[in-house]
Design a protein around this ligand. Sequence first.
Ligand SMILES: [Zn+2]
Length: 238
Amino acid sequence: MANDTVYTGRRLPGREVVIAISRRDPSDGLLTSSGEQVRHRVKHSPDGMDWGHGGAGALDCARSLLIAALGPAAQCEACGGRRRVIVHADPDIGDTPYDPAGEKPGPCDAVYDCMACDPAGGYRILPYEAFMHDFVAGWNDDGWQIGRDEILAWLARHGVTAARNPGAAGPAGLRAAKGGPEAEDSLLDPAVRSRMALADAEDLVTDAIAGGAGMEVVERLRDEAEAARDAFDADSGR
Ligand SMILES: [Zn+2]
């Protein structure tokens, strides 16, 4: 059960931090490392996440944790995380996510920036600033631990649920239909998955440059985007 996921934050020598993802065995309570980490979703702090005080690093920590806990349900439903929607001339159709590689808009349709989401990554508008005040800012400098179930309960109290409409268009709806927000990315077509990873990686580069990150950070993110591009090309048979 994904509800047994536990996030553990700790500080490496220097100021670098990691948030490890483990699974708690419900029978004996023991934690097993998943070998994965919560990814830093860059918005306020290109240089990294932080905790134990308010500020840009703590905001990014809060936001990245909420996105990790929600999984695919963190994506904006209106645009499927792509940040652009087709506004159809036929009002019965409503807006649908715009995928440059997919369905072409009709001659009378228009493509607009999605107004429903956080432009940094195409995520739902999330109350991460409140989460920072409630949790992240007060965490011990050396380390902390929080369960995904606790985060989801807090989100539910703030009006955000992980349940999505399975009929919704776009990858979020697609994934919800295939097993709810706890469904893994592995259920997606590899080409779709790698395209989303590529979009994420390119966003990180853009965000880092916009946020004034150092050349070292930008270069590293560029390398990662390059690798994501290669993976996408391979998965899409180019
Ligand atoms: Zn959106």
